[in-house]
Write a protein that binds this ligand. Sequence first.
Ligand code: FAD
Length: 413
Amino acid sequence: MEPRHVAVIGAGIIGICCARALQRDGHRVTLIDRGHPGEGASFGNSSVLATESVIPVATPGIWRKVPKMLLDPLGPLSLRWRYLPHLTPWLLRFLAASRPEAVERISLALESLLDDSIPAYGQLLKDAAAEDLLVRRGWIGAYTTRAALEDYRRLAELQRRRGVEVAEISVAEMRQMEPALSPGLAGGFYYPQVAHTLDPYRVVLAVAELVQREGGRILRRDVTGFRVADGKVEAVETTEDSLPCDAVVVAAGAWSKDLAKRLGVKVPLDTERGYHLTLPTPGIALSRPVYSTEFGMACTPLTGGLRLGGTVELGGRVAAPNWQRAQVLASRGRQLFPDLDTRDASRWMGFRPSLPDSLPVLGPAPAAGNAVLAFGHGHLGLTLGARTGRLVADLVAGRPAPIDLAPFAATRF
Ligand SMILES: Cc1cc2nc3c(=O)[nH]c(=O)nc-3n(C[C@H](O)[C@H](O)[C@H](O)COP(=O)(O)OP(=O)(O)OC[C@H]3O[C@@H](n4cnc5c(N)ncnc54)[C@H](O)[C@@H]3O)c2cc1C
């Protein structure tokens, strides 16, 4: 394979991992971002390598929750009224993805993609001298009511069928692992294979430094389109200049839709906005992340404190954050951990890049043989970063991918 000059658009976790995997293949890489690396969704996520997430966001029966989504702006899954006309086609596809046969199909695709996602980080973080950022102590799903716990059993069963290791555990067992958990909980599930990182932003920065150390360039530019001739991208057009390249990867997260359109495909990409509160002095110690499906929230111990992060707000990229959604994470956190100290919390909102079927777009662009699309990782962008990088390197090299990429084709909609 001839080494080529590959332009990667977007320096979030996906773009940065693609750039490094391409560099390992011998290519010269230029990462292009209108901001600094890792300051998009990859900055403030919950930092969990959630390999148990073989279930789409839309699960059977979710349509019953739509009225509540519209009426409760602080709920774990909420929808902004004003955005509804714009969102309707996405929402209909989202609800269609919750049909049992669709869930089955999507979970198989997710299983294939999630497989190997933690080992893929092993080599990457070793090369970046940042192995200490990866911790493998599993995670706990905690439930406040018996009804919620029992309801989750059918999804845990689906996870088991997809090869996920999961054990239902009592409150006493949960508190043995995490003494800070409330004795008033109903029970939970333990996933021993799940890992987390101690800071998702530092993961991006460590890989960005590695890419630069090994000769890659990171340019600050706003990409507006492409110069395409004879079915190939010849250059990436930015607001400042035109950057010649031999191949291009679009990894611009929630902003990828317009760029994909310029490469010949309309994708129903939207955003699931999420919030976090990071508590510098939480007053409790956790060894591993704890998740609550009832609150749509993960609680992750990071080097900078305890992060309460998650929830979904369907409201597009333009509307201002509703900071009450971040604030409410504090009271929910106290329901799980009665001694939680939420003082001096920092808050954040980010845009998950989301396709309605909870699967990313990963594959060639229809209008240009040398362009690869890699975006829309929704709730799993950190988890799938290193694995996506390897698959993109396979696509650029023309090597057969180790998994079937048909479920991730941009043209599937
Ligand atoms: C609250 C919350 C919690 C989460 N928790 C987890 C978790 O625990 N585990 C997990 O796996 N995932 C989690 N996620 C999801 C994860 O954060 C995202 O899937 C992931 O960060 C997406 O990465 P990305 O590189 O595609 O996008 P981004 O990180 O958003 O990067 C895209 C980059 O492209 C750049 N860009 C866009 N358009 C252009 C342009 N035209 N020109 C130049 N540059 C451009 C942007 O500036 C940005 O830097 C969470 C998300 C949220 C919001």
